[in-house]
Design a protein around this ligand. Sequence first.
Ligand code: ZN
Length: 483
Amino acid sequence: MYLYNSATRKREEFIPNDPELVKMYTCGPTVYHFAHIGNLRSYIMEDILEKALRYAGYNVKRVMNITDVGHLASDADTGEDKMLKGAKRENKTVMEIAKFYTDAFFEDCSKLNIKRPDVVEPATNCIAEYIKIIEGLLEKGFAYEAGGNIYFDASKLDKYYIFNDHDEEDLAVGVREGVEEDTNKRNKNDFVLWFTKSKFEDQALKWDSPWGVGYPGWHIECSGISMKHLGEDLDIHCGGIDNAFPHHTNEIAQSESFLGHKWCNYWMHVHHLNTNDGKMSKSKGEFLTVSLLESKGYDPLVYRLFCLQSHYRKNLVFSFENLDNAVVTYQKMISKIAALKPNAEEPVDQAAFDVLKEKFLTALGNDLNTSLAITAVYDVLKYKTTDQTKLAVLADFDKVLGLDLIEKAARKRRELEAAPKAGQFTVISEAGEQDEAVEALILARQDAKKAKNFAEADRIRDELKAMGIEVTDIAGGAKWKRV
Ligand SMILES: [Zn+2]
């Protein structure tokens, strides 16, 4: 497999330290709010990476942290603690907030077919690991105490900047808007490893340490958790591009200074999802979450497909119009697969299977070219082989794609079989009611959809929703009920 390595800015052949086991680390969510779909794009692509590695024959051990302490609103070690902010907002304790949003995060992940990493570790579980690393850094002269906090001394490194070509001045703490300089720091790139004194006296979670009662900085948690579960050598570290600086830069600084050798060989960064108004998390004032997509009638897997259609190192523009296009693509794909006739008696054409699989692997091995991997699905549909072979190949591809291709197609097939008359659009009330007004609206919505007037179709759906009517599309029609 070839992957683009952000640390070297080159496409490189992926060679793990241990050919038997790939060690993979992912920066997890800060659990103070629902995840927005921009963040989830990163988790979808990291899921694809893990599954592609498994598909290529590797065993993978993947570790992810849950940030439930110490992530400040600003990367410059100032600003409010995000967890505390969430707790105040909802009048809950920090741990209640962490539990609630951790569960919500994994619920979203499961709707998007994102596999749960092998190890999921809350930051608050590993205080002893952080203290050990900080002690080591102090001993080796890479850290110092000032004003009650422990700082990493970035001036001790020959090369601090890994992921950017920025002029150092651009990144100077003091010049970034709205960031207050911490006067305890000796150098502008120094960062806090352990706080005993910070602006927020009411920090909810504190632990004993050799330097007094306090709590860890954000960056140290990923180094500590990774070393705890994956040891001193890491194959792949992933995260969103916004984590590259300063978070990952600082992770490398502290890990390699502590270990005395190289820490991680490959760095994978997923680029931003932007909306037309340039914001990552909101569209026309709405906070973009999986639940919001569902409330608008979208299958979360359509969002997964939408992400797979573009490359992870390109910014992706989100709009509901773009998502509607993905709906059409997804439905067409499912319909084509539904048209294949399964026949369990028939043997799979192994030669065809191998050719098609090779194509798919080549796409994935080309720095996770997921749009080519989607094209490979169409290649299967067009290939001259039996339907049963095609279905076997598609089931195999879906181990990586995670689009429920086979299940959705089987459901579609059953619905088509159960449909009353082909070509006729039938409206059925689940309760056996007759309501002409409701039926007329559902038919008008169908006409709008047929005319590709999705805005009007959405408007009618919202109108029905406001009336307390829930509509479900079925083959050859729609059924409705009062909720
Ligand atoms: Zn991290």
